[in-house]
Design a protein around this ligand. Structure first.
Ligand code: ADP
Ligand code: TMP
Length: 239
């Protein structure tokens, strides 16, 4: 299978069509952005690291019976996925207070959040991805209640899997962002990316950030940090 037409250039990936209508070719870019794209830097090696971490975790979730868009890896920076009609939502799950939650509520850093906090953000670069609640989503016609319930349930299952998976390699899963879409037959699946760009990870031994906060907060080079996450995941492979 080969890429045909470039469909979309995003902040972290390029999406191409293939000869097969329901299969997309996803190229992970050597680029990091923060502040909704206002801070943008080229980071050699980042694309292949995020592709490898995403491939590994998507394959594990597929094997565990969680529905995802992932089909197979093509090369260092490329994977094939099933084309989805994406929900225009970012589904954030928080196990511990950090980031915008910590700022908004002046919560204690890494205070446990029980039950895990689910939040939606409306994917709109023009609006800076604002927070949106269930009624707002339904009133705007972005999704119905049954879909939101299914997203909530699937996000919880992903959280349960990933929390245990990272705990096994000495990493605390603080929070993360997921995106969901529907296949042509209507099946809801986990899509987009599973990498330290979209997770907050804390090393249990040192308390250090092992995710894009390193870039957001200028804490040093990002590439060796992502490499360590990949090496630890591979060292205790699950499938
Ligand atoms: P952004 O759009 O935020 O800059 P990316 O650079 O990661 O983000 O671009 C990838 C785009 O592809 C996102 O808009 C995401 O919603 C979309 N996407 C991810 N998985 C799929 C899929 N399986 N089918 C269709 N679109 C997808
Ligand atoms: P936040 O604390 O800044 O709201 O972020 C919560 C989680 O969502 C964190 O793991 C980072 C992730 N995230 C994204 O993946 N993309 C985004 O655009 C934002 C704002 C957060």
């Amino acid at each position: 299978m080969n890429k045909t037409e470039l469909l979309y250039t995003g902040k972290a990936k390029k999406m191409y069509a293939t000869e097969t209508p329901d299969v997309l070719w996803v190229e992970y870019l050597d680029q990091a952005t923060a502040l909704n794209g206002k801070k943008k830097v080229a980071i050699p090696g980042k694309g292949t690291l995020n592709r490898q971490i995403s491939s590994l975790l998507f394959a594990e979730l597929n094997a565990a019976g969680l529905p995802t868009h992932y089909l197979e890896t093509r090369d260092d920076t490329t994977m094939l996925v099933r084309r989805c009609a994406m929900l225009p939502l970012e589904a954030v799950v928080r196990n511990f207070a950090s980031g915008s939650f910590e700022r908004k509520f002046q919560a204690t850093h890494l205070q446990p959040l029980v039950p895990a906090v689910h939040e939606f953000y409306y994917k709109s670069d023009a609006l800076d991805d604002p927070f949106i609640n269930d009624e707002q989503i339904i009133a705007l016609g972005l999704a119905d209640q049954a879909t939101l319930d299914a997203v909530h349930a699937l996000s919880d299952r992903v959280n349960t899997y990933l929390k245990a998976r990272f705990a096994q390699i000495g990493i605390e899963l603080v929070d993360f962002k997921l995106e969901f879409g529907r296949l042509a037959d209507g099946t809801l699946v986990l899509a987009d990316e599973l990498s330290p760009d979209n997770f907050r990870l804390v090393d249990e031994a040192s308390g250090r950030s092992l995710d894009k906060d390193v870039f957001r907060k200028d804490q040093g080079p990002l590439q060796p940090v992502y490499q360590m996450v990949l090496d630890r995941l591979k060292g205790a492979q699950h499938v």
